[in-house]
Design a protein around this ligand. Structure first.
Ligand SMILES: *Cc1c(COP(=O)(O)O)cnc(C)c1O
Length: 385
């Protein structure tokens, strides 16, 4: 740290220089990210609520009410009237909370000590962090030929140590939706906690279903679903860090509660202590601003862009890994190794990401990627081919 105060202009210049090293969404060149530029109104509100602390909700009663409203609104699109939950930093923290709730619940009511969680091979790496922190063993269910969780495999992996089963609504690598209704039934019949990770699909599947897209049910309308992760900072256009964890019953929060002696409330169930209410307020603002109609229109555009890219890829001769279900396409060059193909694309100035299972280039059709960017991409792909 400097001894003396530095002039603001000097600091700004240094920060701007460093910020310039970042890629920006507006270029439309970031193809592999699930994040995008937040809506300007959400950013404005974010700044306004920056100093609020939801870690001490007795001092910030109004902001706490806003968090409750956000959870309720997200609950509405996830088919639950009275959800319990929190606005958290993202999908990772939401998944961590879900698994912590499941573990504590199983410990308290079933006496399970060395617990296991069943997750699909396609699960986000946040579950590895959760298992590590919570001392749980991961048991991986196979995928079927369509890269979705194999229901038979889940059945076979259930044991008297299983504390949770996880399925995904919008996988990170391929954007696919697991057969959640079937898994929900199995979890319900076996009295096992079932968590749905809809970090990616939570802000799109409900609207797409309402518009008539043929997508499966994945939410609290299924009896077995105990909790859902949903990320406003992906297609919800809220500023990072905004995640959501919703529980069906209050007891899942209760089993995580620890005493919080010096605060205005007696217990705390969140992992984070001091936490800004900015994400809650900004998420509330952007959800109100768009409404179901606004989000539907946004998501429809993303799906149209996905269709555009898919048709053009096929026209030129690229191989699509699977039929896209959401705004994500994974594809390969028919006779070029994926990493070499990725390097070629990087050479053209595209920021791509490579999926591992199966190995393929993945493009997440987020809001910053416009049709004109896709046309440029298709031209470059023609040249590479
Ligand atoms: C993005 C994502 C996560 C992780 O969310 P973060 O906000 O990056 O912590 C978890 N699960 C799925 C399915 C995701 O797509």
């Amino acid at each position: 740290m400097d001894e003396k105060s530095i002039d603001k202009d000097v600091i700004l210049k240094e920060l701007d220089e460093l910020h310039n090293l970042d890629h920006n969404y507006a270029d439309g060149r970031i193809l592999g990210s699930m994040c995008t530029e937040a809506h300007p109104f959400a950013k404005e509100i974010y700044y306004k609520f920056l100093d609020t602390n939801l870690g001490d909700p007795g001092l910030f009663k109004g902001t706490k009410l806003i968090e409750n409203k956000v959870i309720e609104s997200m609950g509405e699109i996830l088919s639950i009237e009275k959800p319990y939950g929190h606005v958290v930093t993202g999908g990772t923290e939401a998944n961590l909370m879900a698994i912590r709730a499941a573990r504590n619940h199983a410990r308290k009511y079933k006496g399970i000590v060395d617990g296991e969680i069943i997750i699909p091979e396609s699960a986000h790496f946040s579950f590895k962090k959760a298992a590590d922190m919570l001392n749980l063993k991961i048991v991986e269910a196979d995928l079927d030929d369509n890269y979705k969780i194999n229901v038979g495999s889940v059945k076979r992996l259930i044991s008297d140590k299983t504390v949770a089963i996880v399925a995904i609504a919008g996988t990170t690598e391929l954007g696919l939706i697991d057969p959640i209704e079937e898994i929900s039934k199995i979890a319900y019949e076996n009295n096992i906690y079932f968590h749905v990770d809809a970090a990616f699909g939570g802000f799109s599947i409900p609207f797409l279903r309402d518009m008539g897209y043929d997508l499966p049910v994945f939410d609290f309308s299924l009896d077995g679903v105990c909790s859902i992760t949903i990320d406003p900072h992906k297609m919800g256009l809220a500023p990072i860090p905004a995640g959501g964890i919703l529980f069906r019953k209050e007891e899942y929060l209760d089993v995580m509660a620890v005493d919080s002696p010096y605060l205005t409330v007696k217990t705390q169930s969140t992992i984070v202590g001091t936490r800004s209410g900015a994400a809650s307020a900004a998420t509330y603002a952007v959800m109100k601003y768009f409404g179901k109609k606004g989000y539907s229109k946004l998501i429809k555009e993303l799906m149209d862009n996905t269709q555009f890219l898919k048709e053009n890829l096929e026209k030129i001769g690229y191989e699509i890994v699977c039929e896209p279900e959401l705004n994500l396409i994974a594809f390969n060059h028919p006779n070029m190794e994926t990493n070499e193909f990725a390097e070629k694309l990087e050479g053209f100035g595209w920021k791509v990401s490579v999926a591992k299972c199966p190995v393929a280039i993945r493009v997440v059709l987020m809001n910053h990627i416009k049709l004109n960017h896709l046309k440029e991409l298709v031209e470059d792909l023609k040249e590479i081919f």
